[in-house]
Design a protein around this ligand. Structure first.
Ligand code: ZN
Length: 275
């Protein structure tokens, strides 16, 4: 069933666990992730980020993802990741997304509040959830992070009315190893000032044990996971083709990789609910 981000994260916070926001690039991975959620009997967030949208238009992604969500036996949030502006959020909502992230994290605080609030007004009127970002989560070998200021976070949550808040507490996008510890002191300070469910982008870079511990014991209710499953997909595909030089059919190739992707996603889901 298709679900909103707000309701899924509120339940996760109550149950002391976190929900995986899995980064999708196409039909095979989004289908595998929904299957993994059904097998684990857990809600899931499937999300389309900027590189997915450069490859496939939003108007195509919306029906694909909402079809999978509607057919699923567990709650599935269809989420726009890093919406660049209000028009992109509007287009995602019109295409069937049940949740949008508007990323105003490169803007000064006042402008970020103003632009995020406009997206919240547009989305909430249609029953759609919104994730915002405060502080700036940087990129491995790219832009540098700016740690979230707890007081700014509290003001941002209150003034915008967002359903979920992405924070920068040591996390970095696109990391290939998982050795970057989150700053638990800053997380504590943020959640002492606001109840809004917290989101960690760059979840692949966080040690699995800390991910699980904070899923169970903090207000972190959503971890975005991309790199570790994209890298699993790449290595499984490479191995399959190396060992079967005669295979050429796209459906046959991708079907073989999909079962490994389901297993990989299941272990991510398990690590967030058993902490
Ligand atoms: Zn992100």
């Amino acid at each position: 069933m298709i679900a909103g981000l707000g309701e899924v994260l509120t339940d996760a916070k109550k149950d002391n666990r976190a929900i995986a926001g899995l980064v999708c690039l196409g039909w095979e991975d989004m289908r595998a992730y929904v299957k993994a959620a059904e097998l684990e009997n857990q809600p899931i967030i499937i999300q389309a980020g900027p590189s997915c949208r450069r490859h496939t238009p939003l108007r195509v992604l919306g029906p694909m993802m909402s079809y999978l969500a509607e057919e699923a036996s567990v709650p599935v949030v269809v989420h726009l990741d890093h919406g660049a502006n209000i028009d992109e959020c509007r287009q995602a909502i019109a295409s069937g997304f049940s949740s949008v992230m508007y990323d105003g994290s490169r803007l000064p605080l006042k402008e970020n509040i103003k632009a995020t609030r406009a997206v919240v007004e547009l989305a909430h009127e249609k029953g759609i959830s919104v994730e915002g970002e405060i502080g700036f989560v940087g990129y491995a070998e790219g832009e540098v992070s700016a740690t979230t200021d707890p007081e700014e976070a509290a003001l941002f949550a209150k003034e915008t009315g967002i359903d979920a808040m992405a924070i920068s507490v040591g996390n970095v996008h696109l990391q290939l190893d998982s050795e970057t510890e989150l700053d638990e002191q800053v997380i504590q300070e943020i959640q002492s000032l606001t109840d809004t469910p917290l989101v960690i982008h760059g979840g692949s870079g966080v040690p699995v044990s800390q991910r699980a511990k904070l899923a169970a014991s903090s207000n972190i209710c959503k971890y975005n996971i991309g790199t570790e499953l994209r890298s699993l997909f790449g290595s499984e595909l490479r191995g399959l083709l190396d060992q079967n030089s005669e295979i050429f059919d796209r459906v046959q190739i991708l079907s073989s990789v999909e079962s490994r992707l389901i297993e990989g996603a299941r272990s991510v889901l398990r690590s967030l609910s058993n902490g």
